[in-house]
Write a protein that binds this ligand. Structure first.
Ligand code: TYM
Length: 332
């Protein structure tokens, strides 16, 4: 079975619709056909300097949401990144294989550091994509299911794998992105040309998985739509309506042309109500299961321990080859 791997940051209390449709839903589907590794990337979250209490809470929240979304600890290895020490170790080795210019071209770094001001940007934010490459290469992943915003980071992972293999002999599988076009970029409800984002969207622009039905409905009803009254897919002239169509189609499984026909001549009102209901219907059971999982922390931690054990076995094997190939002496 081909292997998939992906990760999500515990940098907010809840996943949002973009995380769910762009990534997590594919993770759940792929566990039936692939050898699957999914993690909460707590080391990556350190780049934004959370408090210790916040990081702990959010890491468990993220893990609970993954299980609540349908990841099965029997079929997938679901784990916390920092529980596998090899991530940090391989990251250092890959950092030494990465050019300053190469790392400096990463647009997510440029955007994020511009926002906080260059003086308060950490070196960790700069090396973030290299830690991500380590995450992927450690598990010899064939495919990495993500949203469109991760394309450039995956390109770097591929380059680093190829470079290492070329210099030190075959060591890493070169990973491919797994991106579903229809859901690769879910946009902000208030600013429908920008992606929905934990760090830059306003609360009104984001639909959180753990949010109550009331506020979810309100946000969809107040989503920015476009002039005119036709419910049609038109990214250029109707980015707001297109985003809602994309969301409804993804959530209900009804193809976009069928939705366009259904709402012809009806204006935006009914359409928005239906989108809101469809989203609420998907989110409510995930929220309820998340709450239940968080009620038994010991059990949640036990599930994560099972995942960590599976992950560690694979990571340790890769690291043994890396160490030998690059010339580090065997560990006494
Ligand atoms: P993160 O935590 O920002 O996002 C998790 C996943 O959600 C996707 N995503 C979206 N997809 C569609 N539309 C959106 N508006 C949207 N917003 C977010 C992201 O593309 C991502 O797939 N760097 C990664 C975490 C990471 C990782 C890895 C991923 C660390 N190591 C190894 C893959 C493999 C990140 O910040 O994801």
């Amino acid at each position: 079975r081909p292997r998939v791997l992906s990760g999500i940051q515990p940098t907010a209390d809840s996943f949002h619709l973009g995380n769910y449709l762009g990534a997590v839903r594919q993770w759940v589907a792929l566990q039936d056909t692939h050898d699957a590794f999914y993690m909460v990337v707590d080391l990556h979250a350190l780049t934004v300097n959370p408090s210790a209490a916040e990081l702990r809470t959010r890491t468990r929240l993220a893990a609970a949401q993954l299980f609540a979304s349908g990841l099965d600890p029997e079929r997938s290895a679901v784990f916390v990144q920092s529980h596998v020490r090899e991530h940090a170790e391989l990251a250092w080795i890959l950092i030494c294989q990465t050019g300053m210019g190469e790392a400096g071209r990463m647009t997510q770094f440029k955007d994020k550091s511009a926002k906080v001001g260059e003086g308060s940007t950490s070196v960790g934010l700069f090396t973030y994509p290299i830690l991500q490459a380590a995450d992927i290469l450690l598990y010899q992943a064939d495919q990495v299911p993500v949203g469109a915003d991760q394309k450039q980071h995956l390109e770097l992972s591929r380059d680093l794998a190829q470079r290492f293999n070329h210099r030190f002999g075959p060591t890493f599988t070169v990973p491919s992105p797994y991106i579903l076009k229809e859901v690769e970029k879910i946009t902000d409800l208030q600013d429908p040309t920008a992606k929905m984002s934990k760090s830059s969207s306003s609360p009104q622009g984001i639909l959180d998985v753990l949010e109550q039905p009331g506020p979810l409905r309100k946000k969809v009803m107040r989503a920015v739509t476009d002039t005119g009254s036709d419910v049609v897919m038109d990214e250029e002239n109707k980015p707001g309506v297109s985003n809602l169509l994309r969301i409804q189609s993804a959530v209900t499984g009804v193809p976009v042309p069928e939705l366009e026909a259904r709402y012809a001549g009806q204006g935006y009102g009914t359409f928005k109500k239906d989108v809101a209901e469809a989203v609420v219907e998907v989110f409510a059971p995930i929220r309820e299961r998340t709450e239940k999982l968080l009620g038994d922390e010991a059990e949640l931690d036990r599930m994560l321990a099972v995942g960590a054990a599976k992950a560690r076995a694979v990571a340790a094997e890769t690291m043994a080859h890396v160490r030998e190939n690059i010339g580090l002496l065997p560990t006494p």
